[in-house]
Design a binder for this molecule. Sequence first.
Ligand SMILES: [Zn+2]
Length: 66
Amino acid sequence: MSKEETHCCLCNGILDDPYGHNAEPIMTGRCCSICNMSAVIPIRLKLLQISLDKDGGNKSWKKKIK
Ligand SMILES: [Zn+2]
């Protein structure tokens, strides 16, 4: 069995959880819960907002065409 990564790929701290958290879309790898909360989640929310904004933009654009 290969050894799992036990360090956070963002702050290089030791993961408190053997699986850690998925650090994407910032990094491919595992991050600790602190980085997950302070960095990964806010970025994910921003990306989600951008995609929602794009959706809304497309809808209003289509409405104008109709
Ligand atoms: Zn970290």
